[in-house]
Design a protein around this ligand. Structure first.
Ligand SMILES: *Cc1c(COP(=O)(O)O)cnc(C)c1O
Length: 372
């Protein structure tokens, strides 16, 4: 069995680019603002272990996750000692394990807070809660319009079992709609003044990656960047991040196709004349979006070559007609630079009808992540 991770197809992850992007977030947020890197979904598919290893030296205030399992992995496997915040709702039976591991939690209702408080009391622990305020995202959080109804309830729950650490909100359109950002910000300010009257020491965090570049003046106590760290753009008005990932696949087969030869499921490509095809050892089973079939391209033999036919689970074919010297074992680039050509993450996402986040988190376990 081959142990070379670069034998078939793989992702290369640049630690230097990750750290450079972190430094740019750091600079935008300013010296007095903490950073909470979001490492949910295995650090957007890149590998939580390596991301934490690479960024730990920057001494972030804490790490952001979405699930109990992710928090437990940071505490257990990865030995993280600083803060870990779960920024999504937990089920009742998840509360005790989360508290026992010293994970900070977000709260969106008084019922949820009561359950957390009861679980903390059973464990004789103190729950550290971040109050989620809905200012337009809608999916979680206390309603900004009803602060008078819930702030007293939150304040009353504070005590031996509950430490009200923070108030936060989440922006829905920071990459392309500055008006909505101002609206969410002003809704949040209304809540915050009432909350601060009850708890003067509240920590406040609002901005995701796009927000950090769009409205750095609202960085508050901490920012919660994700996608920008991992090489995803945050709107056309802001500088692009350094590319962090590249995606490569080896040529597994090369053939000449005479006119009329059909290709792939559905036979959606038929050679119109003599063509030369290279079959790459990557498919949607690796996370290459199937939507790129007959649309996307690869870099091979120093040229940009089109993906032809449907992408199948394990294989993808490119048209190398007129490209000389392509051989089995050669390396094709599906994402990243080769010579003067480059295939950008956000361009691939757009072509596939999705966003960079889904491309990154869609890469499957079959693709080794090779860190450099
Ligand atoms: C995922 C997430 C972020 C990070 O967002 P990016 O757009 O990736 O920077 C920040 N805050 C919350 C609550 C999130 O769920």
């Amino acid at each position: 069995m081959s142990t070379n991770p670069e034998a078939r197809s793989w992702i290369r992850v640049s630690a230097a680019a990750l750290r450079a992007n972190y430094a740019r977030v750091r600079q935008a947020a300013g010296d007095t603002t903490h950073v909470i890197p979001m490492v949910k979904a295995d650090a957007y598919g890149l590998g939580m272990r390596e991301v934490v290893r690479e960024l730990a030296g920057e001494r972030p205030w804490g790490w952001g996750v979405a699930t109990l399992a992710e928090g437990l992995r940071l505490r257990g496997d990865l030995g993280v000692q600083n803060r870990v915040v779960i920024l999504a709702p937990l089920q009742e039976e998840e509360l005790e394990p989360a508290l026992a591991a010293g994970l900070d939690m977000s709260i969106s209702s008084l019922d949820a807070l009561a359950a957390v408080s009861a679980a903390a009391q059973r464990l004789r622990a103190t729950a550290r809660v971040h109050v989620d305020v809905d200012t337009g995202m809608g999916r979680t959080g206390f309603d900004w319009r009803e602060a008078d109804a819930w702030i007293p309830g939150v304040a009353e729950a504070v005590g031996e079992w509950v430490d009200w650490v923070a108030c936060f909100t989440h922006l829905h359109s920071a990459e392309d709609d500055i008006e909505s950002v101002h609206e969410q910000w002003s809704r949040f300010q209304g809540v915050l003044s009432a909350a601060r009257a009850r708890n003067g020491g509240l920590m406040v965090h609002v901005l995701n990656s796009a927000g950090t570049f769009a409205v750095p003046e609202h960085a508050c106590d901490a920012v919660r960047p994700g996608i920008f760290l991992y090489g995803g753009k945050v709107g056309s008005a802001h500088p692009a991040p350094e590319p962090v990932v590249s995606l490569r696949a080896r040529v597994g087969h090369v053939r000449d196709a005479v006119a009329g030869t059909s290709l792939g499921y559905g036979a959606t490509h038929v050679a119109s004349g003599p063509e030369r095809w290279a079959t790459l050892c990557i498919g949607y089973g690796d996370g290459l979006p199937r939507a790129l079939g007959n649309r996307g391209s690869a870099l091979l033999g120093g040229r940009r070559v089109p993906i032809i036919g449907r992408i199948s689970m394990d294989l993808t074919v490119v048209d190398i007609t007129g490209v000389t010297g392509v051989r089995v074992g050669d390396v094709a680039t599906l994402l990243g630079a080769e010579g003067r050509e480059e295939i950008l993450l956000d361009d691939v996402a757009e072509l596939a009808g999705t966003i960079s986040y889904e491309i990154l988190t869609g890469f499957t376990e079959r693709l080794p992540r090779v860190w450099t």
